[in-house]
Design a protein around this ligand. Sequence first.
Ligand SMILES: [Zn+2]
Length: 333
Amino acid sequence: MVKRNQIQQECKQPASSGSSFAVLNYHRVMPIHTFWNEQVLDVGVFEQQLQQLKRFFRVLSLEQALQLAAEGKVPANAVVITIDDGFADCFDHIFPLLQRYQLQATFFISTQGLQQGYLWENQIANAILQAPAEITMLKLQDRQFATSGKTERHRSIVAITDLIKYHAMAQRNQLIAALIAQTGVPQMHHEFVTAEQLKQMAAAGMTIGAHTVHHPILALESAETARQEIAQSKAILEQLLAQPVHYFAYPNGKFAVDFSDEHIAQVKDCGFAAAFCTDWGQARPTEECRFRLRRFTPWDRNPWLFSLRLALHIVAERYSIRFLKEWVGTHGN
Ligand SMILES: [Zn+2]
């Protein structure tokens, strides 16, 4: 059994030529940047990024990238696109643009969204947005959250989602119930890809991966619950798509914070071939690292800065240039 610090060291070694690739990690793409968190990208900005990728990089499907990495033949400018969670914009905006530019991507799906039409965080957002106008303050765990205007409500959605996120599922549900007791039961809309849409995306060559059922932080759950979350999401997707699901992404995804070696072992046991974290870096699918493949979250809205940062990221990782890694990994805003 390899110890954690050994694995960490292995995974931090410079990415040797031909055996590593950059993996972009997207979440949400929407028409107007009306949302409140930096993981939401405007559709126009996303399209510009795809144009840049098409022009300057070599976008590979995950299968192609892993195959080429095994042969030590990954092109230096190789990029794999991944999108986490499975919200409705995957089908409405991301999928049509990928098709327009003839690009493939991997979608990691939290399967409760398929069954229910939304995830827990949508409940929080809708409860706060739909709260009657006279409700100007919400209380949760001895903290107060302003809801007097639109801006206050948007800020409170971010703050309350962050507060509720770092709880085990049972407490998460209690906190959401406590929120809804103050706001009233929100009307929920369909905010997730449907089963039919997912089948269509898979049939068009998109790779579908698992991302648990309820999107819990695995490190906060019991071993048994974590195992069920991992195994069930795989089984549900395999039944729906009538094909094996080989890849997994850890919710939230920071190693040693959101998941541990225990969950890596569970993911292996469940029969996955590789898994992704959200730690910054090149994916280097060696024996030691293929169950915590690193990714790159693009946040630049300017298409040229996006390309520059991605290119420098690849160079910094390949030659292990520390100051460049730090610059690349530092938010501009
Ligand atoms: Zn996620």
